[in-house]
Design a protein around this ligand. Structure first.
Ligand code: GLN
Length: 532
């Protein structure tokens, strides 16, 4: 088994996830089977109970795991489907150890961080290595070296190297190389300090990735090499890129792939980047452009909707159309009206929870419906559009979701199986479920299949009692679950493109296989822009 451990220093938010994904891509391009694990040193069991302002979007996997958004990056770069075991948190590790202790499995012993917690961390990692039969497992350690929370994990990584041997565990440390504008010089001190910190934990990095605005100068690389005791060739420059999908190629040019293969004694094919380069070429050479408004309440942190952003990037390359995203705060729509939505060619309302900003979302849906603007509502966005329709077309003024208000017209209501659930963690309708699409519908035209699997994360649904009425008035449900009782897709008759999905199509979007619904929305936006 081979492991590559990616750590980060100086500051968080350096793009460790992109470094990890890109290194994985380099090895995958050489014909190796690669998988990835994200370690999150927080005490939450999973990401499901945190709001997006904490760590960005909660990503959802096929198996229903609610995980860190970096798993989304791994899935997109490596084009693999991961399971929730690939996100190891302090919460998961401690819960296992404490449960074991209560069963008496450590009878007579004092249970301690070393060895019991570190053993459990390694057990989880090795289990994935075995189960996936990967040639290389990339392990990204979240947080910044020096945090109290990440200590047990780094200690476990140190032990892993001892146990598995030097050539089987490779340490990549990502740091910040700031540029002091006044003197125009790249500063290596923060990197030196962070490597010192890492060394004090018994880990000497094999490779350093320096994040900086401009490429690292030769002098900077030499200095880092000398002071951090890392070979010159292993000091990698990671300047800001126009697209994250460019990073594997930036690394490739510097020989990162060959270097790691050599050090880890791996053998593989010559990498072929033709497809990847074609993807980037199309992305960077758009023939047209459209503007899409994303109306949500977490718009001030772009990572809150990272999967939508990425899905639109994938579509952008696929259709060779630049997609400008206009992030619109739904509370602002509430206060100032729909004027901020003028001149957009499509509107998307993403998932969400809670009452704040909902009236703004409903206003945005109404605006799109009445003005004939292409619209896609996803999960909460789907629900908001249904409420809007009930209020303004069916005439139920107080129509609402029971998640949000008491109402005499609960057009969105709790899923029946949710009624007896009292715990909030990991209990939504989660993960990939089958959706049956009606032949001849717009949804069918888009998915070209009667059966699809898409990922879910919700507790509420369209109340079955109102379906007949919606249908009679033109809101047609063209996608349902297998039982036929749950509404999964709507399309509005007589509108050029007004659709919604109870599932989240953004989670399965991949660079070379963009989300069908996002693709259809952009096609409609082009149509709207050019042929209106
Ligand atoms: N809050 C809504 C529900 O639970 C929508 C969830 C979401 O958008 N992911 O059904």
């Amino acid at each position: 088994m081979k492991y590559i451990v990616v750590t980060g220093g100086v500051i968080s938010g350096l793009g460790k996830g992109i470094t990890a994904s890109s290194i994985g891509k380099l090895l995958q391009a050489r014909g190796l089977k690669v998988t990835a694990i994200k370690i999150d040193p927080y005490l939450n069991y999973d990401a499901g109970t945190m709001n997006p302002y904490q760590h960005g979007e909660v990503f959802v996997l096929d198996d229903g795991g609610e995980v860190d958004l970096d798993l989304g990056n791994y899935e997109r770069f490596l084009d693999v489907n991961l399971s929730s075991d690939h996100n190891i948190t302090t919460g998961k590790v401690y819960l296992t150890v404490i449960e074991r202790e209560r069963k008496g499995e450590y009878l007579g012993k004092t249970v301690q961080i070393i060895p019991h917690i570190t053993e459990e961390i390694k057990r989880r990692i090795k289990k994935i290595a075995i189960e996936t039969m990967a040639d290389v497992v990339i392990i990204e350690v979240g947080g910044t070296v020096g945090d109290i929370e990440s200590m047990p994990f780094l200690e476990a990584m140190r032990q892993l190297r001892m146990e598995e041997g030097e050539k089987n565990v490779f340490f990549v440390h990502t740091t910040l190389v700031p540029m002091v504008e006044v003197v125009g010089e790249q500063k290596t001190k923060p990197t030196q300090h962070s490597v010192k910190e890492l060394r004090s934990l018994g880990i000497q990095p094999d490779m350093l990735v320096g994040r900086s605005k401009e490429p690292l100068t030769e002098e900077t690389r030499r200095k880092i090499s000398l002071f951090c005791d890392v070979p010159y060739e292993a000091v990698v420059s990671a300047p800001d890129a126009s697209s994250i999908y460019e990073v594997p190629l930036i690394f490739e040019q510097q020989g990162v792939g060959e270097y790691i293969m050599g050090k880890m004694q791996l053998w593989g094919e010559r990498p072929d980047w033709k497809e990847w380069r074609r993807y980037l070429h199309r992305l960077f050479n758009p023939k047209d452009e459209v503007t899409v408004a994303i109306v949500g309440k977490y718009v001030h942190l772009k990572d809150s909707y990272i999967s939508h952003r990425e899905a639109f990037t994938h579509v952008s390359s696929h259709l060779q159309v630049k997609v400008n995203l206009r992030w619109v705060d739904s509370e602002e729509v509430e206060e100032k009206g729909t004027d901020i939505l003028q001149n957009v060619h499509a509107i998307l309302i993403p998932g969400g929870f809670g009452i704040r900003g909902t009236e703004g979302k409903i206003m945005a849906a109404q605006y799109a419906r009445e003005q004939g603007i292409p619209f896609l509502g996803v999960c909460f966005g789907f629900q908001m559009a249904v409420i809007e329709f009930a209020r303004h077309v069916l005439g139920y003024e107080d129509a609402h979701s029971t998640e949000l208000a008491r109402t005499s017209h609960p057009v969105i209501d709790l899923l029946p199986e949710q009624r007896d659930i009292d715990k909030l963690g990991g209990t939504m309708r989660l993960g990939a479920h089958k959706v049956i699409i009606e032949r001849g519908s717009k949804a069918y035209e888009i998915y070209k299949s009667e059966e699809i699997f898409e990922r879910h994360r919700h507790r509420y649904e369209v109340n079955p009692e109102y379906i007949d009425e919606f249908e009679k008035n033109g809101l047609h449900f063209s996608g349902k679950d297998e039982s036929g009782a749950r509404m999964e897709i709507f399309e509005l008759r007589g509108h050029p493109f007004f659709m919604g999905s109870q599932f989240h199509p953004e989670f399965k979007s991949r660079p070379l296989r963009p989300s069908p619904l996002h693709t259809a929305l952009i096609k409609a936006a082009l149509e709207y822009k050019n042929h209106r």
